[in-house]
Ligand binder design. Structure first.
Ligand code: NDP
Length: 344
């Protein structure tokens, strides 16, 4: 494996939480161009255990305090930030200063200002910045986009997208920060409604011109003292599509969208899960289920980041893509707060 490893870029994983350890780190085994070469954690025992499991050298384990010394580690090309959103900007800026490329988890950061700081830090350092929008590397979503662009649905008229689950801040440690505004930046919209928003943009291939929103959060629920639960929003696109989207932290799990054309509709349910996506196309003739190879979306995303560095290309989901969603999320919050249509 020595030869294969030499062609692989080294990734430092920052924050060894649920998503990093359960989904992303195992996915490196399927990567052609990426491997784990460093770990950054506030928990030394966990980092040591995972370093042994993934073959990471003991001197490539960092804490948040000594993270900046990663600049002296030539085995690290890319820093992959899997921390709560409020920490993405700080670690992106520190990584860029250390001369490393950056892959940041979504949402990019709570504010437009922080997103702009992340873009500027990487631009100044001459380093790549990519936001980890895994659905944009996932085969069913890519196939849906291709079918829409080919005109299989006819003229696209409208779409719906729903993302929801039950947030459990007392039962699940990974949900504890999700209801704390200063860590999460917002509630269900920042965390999962962003998939509805991002999908509406990549399915239409357009940027919305105006948004409306209604916040239906029950403020008597102790989970939602700082962040929103249910928020419904619409996005009006210049080509005439109206997207109706929902986001919720208090409903049974849903991660789906449906695109309606004047010839056919396309349904992906689930659309943005980790596995087992299901695509159905409906026409006058009836419904047809589309079989596709599932693939490993996490490995595809990591390999894309590595390829962009190796070939000096701009990532398909650069910092600017993350910034667009954060601008829109802020517009959705404003629309919900004021009850007015917000032009963007
Ligand atoms: P976790 O809480 O499980 O993981 C976050 C980790 O960050 C912690 O385990 C901890 O790692 C580290 N950390 C450092 N400082 C803090 C702090 N003050 N509070 C909490 N954690 C801290 O969350 P997730 O793994 O679910 O989410 C992490 C990131 O990944 C988020 O940005 C989230 O939006 C994103 N995500 C993306 C998904 C996707 O599909 N693309 C799915 C799920 C999450 P340590 O103990 O090693 O220091």
């Amino acid at each position: 494996m020595q030869y294969a490893n030499e062609k692989k870029l080294g990734f430092a994983i920052v924050g060894l939480g649920k998503f990093a350890t359960e989904q992303m780190m195992p996915a490196f085994r399927d990567c052609k161009h990426a491997r784990i070469t460093a770990l950054v954690s506030g928990s030394p025992a966990k980092a040591e255990r995972l370093a042994r499991e993934y073959g990471v050298a003991a001197d490539s384990i960092y804490t948040y305090q000594n993270f900046d010394s990663i600049k002296d580690n030539p085995a690290v090309d890319v820093v992959y930030i899997v921390l709560p959103p409020a920490l993405h900007a700080e670690y992106t800026v520190r990584a860029a200063r250390a001369g490393k490329h950056v892959l940041s988890e979504k949402p990019m950061a709570p504010s437009v200002k922080e997103c702009e700081q992340m873009i500027e830090a990487c631009r100044k350092a001459g380093k790549k910045l990519m936001v980890a929008y895994r659905a944009q590397y996932e085969p069913f979503n890519l196939d849906a986009i291709a079918r829409i662009r080919k005109g299989e649905l006819g003229r696209v008229m409208q779409l719906t997208a729903d993302h929801g689950r039950i947030v459990d801040p007392t039962g699940d440690k990974a949900d504890a920060w999700r209801v704390v505004r200063k860590m999460a930046g917002g509630g269900s919209l920042m965390d999962i409604g962003i998939y509805s928003l991002n999908a509406a943009r990549y399915l239409t291939g357009e940027e919305p011109v105006e948004v409306t929103a209604t916040d239906m959060t029950d403020k008597s629920d102790p989970r939602f003292q700082e962040v929103e639960d249910r928020i419904h929003f619409t996005l009006r696109f210049p080509g005439g599509v109206l997207a109706t989207c929902t986001s919720a932290y208090s409903i049974a799990e849903v991660k789906r969208f449906r695109v309606f054309g004047d010839k056919a509709w396309l349904d992906l349910d689930p659309a943005t899960d980790y596995y087992q996506h299901t695509m159905t196309i409906g026409t006058k003739q009836g419904k047809q289920q589309i079989a596709l190879r599932e693939g490993n979306q996490f490995a595809a995303e990591l390999d894309h980041m590595a390829e962009c560095v190796l070939q000096n290309k701009t990532p398909k989901t650069p910092g600017e893509e993350g910034l667009r969603d954060i601008r829109l999320i802020q517009a959705i919050y404003e629309a919900a707060r004021t009850g007015k249509t917000v032009k963007v």
